[in-house]
Design a protein around this ligand. Sequence first.
Ligand code: ADP
Ligand code: MG
Length: 323
Amino acid sequence: MAMGEFDLIERYFKRPARHAVLGVGDDCALLQPTPGMQWAISSDMLVEGRHFLSTVDPVRLGHKALAVNLSDLAACGARPVAFTLSLALPRADEAWLAGFSEGLLALADAHGCELVGGDTTQGPLNISITVFGEVPPDQALLRHGAQPGDDIYLSGTVGDARLALEVFRGHQAITGEAFERCRLRMELPTPRVALGLALRGIAHAALDISDGLLGDLGHVLQRSQVGAVIETGWLQQSAAVTPDLLALPWLRRLDLALAGGDDYELLFTAPKSHRERVHAAAHDSQTPVTRIGHITAEPGLRVLDPQGQPVTRRFSSFDHFQP
Ligand code: ADP
Ligand code: MG
């Protein structure tokens, strides 16, 4: 690379170590775990053309690359501590690197999550991050704890990121401010870290929605060996739907919200007896939360329309190996 791998790391990715015992620069980073805590570790890779468009603003791409990883920690109720960054770059483009590291490190700082190492190589643009978080033993929010009778909740809004993607693909015509709002949701997702932390000891099961609400809920149902009913009344009007989505025909709205993908919202279950505590967690973390259905002992996933009638159409979630 023109600028040199080590100069590049030094200039854009090396910061003084804070929490870490040893950060970027040696063969390994050294982290001191907080006594009594467990590590929560997760990796996510972003590939150009697959997870992002080549034209995206590098500042936003830096943000999103870390945001999708922090979202996994949030889903586990873990507190972010550190991350590593493995980058394949076609060339050492300084304007791109400056923007990318700015977006990345701004979000990292906002969450006190430190960049402690990584790898840099030449190749087709590929961004791979591993995050390390901490959670007390037995308090991680997992996919397998849902129980019959639990309420099902959703944070934030779903469908708007996918709506922006559909506009980019030319399948949907939305312009002006409405498009910008959806585009922000696609390019600058908000990891729900504070909510995840607030839900420790309250939620029975949780995950973050990356491939579509129903598909991801399916993972909870499978792991927990339960079923679910999703009532779609909230798709008529609620904090879970942006006005831009409300303007669309009902079936289109249903598709985007329930199977859109790229939402990075938390989906979780909690017993009815914890409704007050869920509201308090949402309030304390300043995160909108909507109740969207409940868990059943009977297996299977049923979607009801606002009149309570079963919706029979099939939804497919986002699968990278499906055409
Ligand atoms: P090694 O050859 O021992 O694998 P490298 O030359 O790949 O080490 O990296 C040198 C140092 O820079 C290491 O501490 C590594 O963790 C860090 N590093 C490399 N690439 C990045 C990156 N993109 N972001 C942060 N740290 C990086
Ligand atoms: Mg290396």
